[in-house]
Design a protein around this ligand. Structure first.
Ligand code: THU
Length: 137
């Protein structure tokens, strides 16, 4: 992952953040999934008056990537950005989704425009529930 690629990935996530539909929380999140073939899939948080059906930015971006035929081995990196005072880390539900759809060591860049950090899903969700846990024999 070179500096230019990472810069572009974060820019796309901030671009997506502008599309956030957040009339309730007024908290805007954007995400971008970069694939090895250079394709990028963006997502923003989309809220609902029935709060529970709100959909997070990173989930929307990942589902867009998968809906376009991408799979975990095709994903090179993810950026998740927000406009809060501190860096937002993915919510519990999104960590579970990331653990299923993204490789353990795929870089996840987080930024709020002031600070930035790199992590991965192995760090964010250790001992996650996965397909192997469903094995009976
Ligand atoms: N949100 C995300 O989109 N991603 C996260 O990782 C944290 C939370 C959204 C959901 C809701 O629209 C707003 O941020 C406040 O929780």
């Amino acid at each position: 992952m070179n500096t230019e690629e990472k810069k572009e990935l974060l820019e796309q996530a901030f671009h997506a953040m502008k599309h956030a539909y957040a009339p309730y929380s007024h908290y805007h999140v954007g995400a971008c999934v970069l694939c090895r073939n250079k394709a990028m899939y963006i997502g923003a948080n989309i809220e609902n008056a029935a709060y529970g059906v709100t959909s997070c930015a990173e989930r929307n971006a990942l589902f867009a990537a998968y809906s376009n035929g991408m799979r975990k081995q095709d994903i090179k990196a993810i950026a998740i950005v927000s406009d809060g005072e501190c860096i937002a880390t993915p919510c519990g539900a999104c960590r579970q989704v990331l653990s299923e759809l993204v490789q353990a060591d795929t870089p996840i860049y987080l930024s709020n425009g002031k600070e930035e950090m790199e992590t991965n899903i192995a760090t964010l969700l250790p001992m996650s529930f996965s397909q192997e846990d469903l094995d009976h024999e």
